[in-house]
Write a protein that binds this ligand. Structure first.
Ligand code: ZN
Length: 500
């Protein structure tokens, strides 16, 4: 197998990272570009991953008392206009519906007709339309809190798109809550960030930095935005989830009021929080290697693929029976609450079959040939190890320890990513060194540096280096230092990075 010396994805990560990403998505058969620019077709292998992510998050949300609901795709233009900062934040990327009918034109084609009296915006996010409902549902403090989540698609008209990472239409969840007190709303904002942290770290095996956004990076209309940031293998940051404390801004613009215990009218306090299919791009870029995607077992579309090797037709029946027997036993087991999903691939396409599963990133591959069967064993390879590292395992041991094997892969992926993040996070105190660090060819990473708090300094760094303050980490300690940009005193380091 001379083929094995080469990697399955060309170019490699080191050669051309953006192109590698594009190839990995294509070769793994997760998604492809659609005829509509900037939109994507999510194929079964990619969609099954998303379904597993949805199921895990949905359960976690509900454990905190959140309930699902659904709100319309169309938002009246006037709703968006209610909150000034909000409309300004989204104005540039709104898809707008202006007509409701098609008529035959003079040249035989169809032309839009029936102009709407008020244009409808295809939701870029739903704060305003959900606010309208919340206002209707809230009269007394007894109606609060309202804890809602919506699984939906949103449209943000993007000029430069990249599959999963930045697409004009994407899938997401948006949580929206309303509370009687500021304290309770702030607690909810943090609680949902905790949920995101747990999901991303334990299910996607992506280590994150938790922190607060600076004013310029906040969600439009929010009082406070907190986030989790992950490091990709090109050492850029990717925001994996955000949670916003909206104060009373949206309550005031949507008139979400309630009577408190003293029968006085008050505005509610609201929050919103979201994660999207963008996380899939983040997961690919965190774990993938030069042979393709590596799926963390907790969310993998399938856990194990069995690859029967049939050299002689007369062996077929025996080998398939043996293979099916193993599959049945594995399928009777559960891994973190989910039934173990087993694929059997008996296509006669030579080495391409194995490589296809490698590229798809299935956690465990097991070859079953006449010799393995004779030894009552299987030949096992795990996706987080080199493609040549395979070993014979007794059938019974393989079946009995499958959960432990999957857990080991899950843990290994997280630990590996954590080590990478740590090795590529630096403290820099001098402006010269900071600029050199980000200007050096092929360099990059997270830099913890001092910031005086001025928006001018933040903007200067962004303009000079395309580096932004990803967050003010919750765990950054108080210490005396000088702003990396202006040298003025600072008491805390912030997280700088280039970002997706
Ligand atoms: Zn400064």
């Amino acid at each position: 197998m001379g083929k094995q010396a080469k990697n399955a994805i060309s170019p490699s990560r080191a050669e051309d990272y953006p192109m590698w990403y594009q190839e990995v998505v294509r070769e793994s058969q997760m998604a492809e570009n659609s005829p509509v620019r900037g939109c994507m077709v999510i194929k079964p292998w990619g969609y099954a991953l998303w379904e597993n992510m949805v199921a895990a998050m949905d359960e976690m949300f509900k454990e905190t008392g959140v309930k699902n609901a659904y709100f319309p795709l169309f938002i009246p233009l006037s709703y968006l206009e209610k909150e000034a900062e909000h409309v300004e934040g989204f104005a540039k990327e709104c898809a707008v519906v202006t007509h409701h009918r098609l008529e035959s034109g003079e040249d035989g084609g169809l032309v839009p007709a029936g102009k709407l009296t008020e244009p409808l915006v295809v939701r870029p996010t739903s704060e305003t339309i959900i606010g309208e409902s919340m206002a209707k549902w809230t009269t007394s403090y007894r109606d609060l809190p309202i804890l809602l989540n919506q699984w939906a698609n949103v449209v943000r008209w993007e000029m430069r798109t990249r599959i999963f990472l930045r697409t004009s239409e994407f899938l997401w969840q948006e949580g929206h809550t309303a509370h009687a007190t500021e304290e309770e709303a702030r607690e909810r904002t943090m609680r949902m960030l905790d949920v995101y942290t747990e999901f991303v770290e334990t299910c996607l095996a992506m280590p994150v930095v938790r922190g607060r956004k600076t004013a310029s990076e906040r969600f439009p209309g929010a009082v406070d935005t907190i986030c989790i940031e992950a490091m990709m293998q090109d050492r850029k940051a990717l925001q994996a989830g955000t949670s916003h404390f909206l104060g009373q801004n949206f309550a005031k613009s949507s008139h979400i009021t309630f009577q408190n215990a003293d029968k006085q009218e008050e505005y509610a306090w609201t929050t919103s929080w979201g994660t999207s299919t963008r996380m899939i791009g983040g997961m690919i870029m965190t774990h993938g290697d030069d042979d393709g995607v590596i799926m963390p077992p907790r969310v993998a579309p399938a856990h194990v693929v069995l690859l029967p090797i049939i050299r002689k037709e007369e062996d077929r029946r025996k080998i398939m029976d043996y293979t099916n027997g193993i599959a049945d036993l594995l399928r009777g087991k559960r891994y973190h609450g989910r039934k173990i999903v087993v694929e059997i691939d008996d296509r006669d396409i030579g080495g391409a079959r194995n490589w296809e599963w490698v590229k798809k990133g299935i956690p465990v591959r097991a070859e079953i040939g006449p010799r393995d069967m004779a030894n009552d064993s299987v030949f096992v390879a795990r996706r987080d190890m080199g493609t040549k590292e395979k070993k014979g395992v007794q059938r019974e041991a393989f079946i009995n320890t499958i959960e432990a094997l999957l857990d080991d892969i899950q843990t290994n992926l997280f630990d590996r990513a954590k080590r990478f993040q740590k090795a590529n996070t630096h403290e820099i105190d001098e402006a010269g060194a900071f600029y050199d660090f980000y200007r050096e060819e092929g360099a990059g990473g997270f830099v913890m540096a001092h910031w005086c708090g001025s928006e001018t300094c933040e903007a200067t760094i962004k303009q000079d280096l395309a580096v932004t303050i990803r967050c003010i980490p919750f765990d950054s300690r108080t210490e005396q230092g000088k702003c990396i940009c202006c040298n003025k005193p600072s008491s805390r380091r912030v997280l700088y990075s280039k970002a997706y």
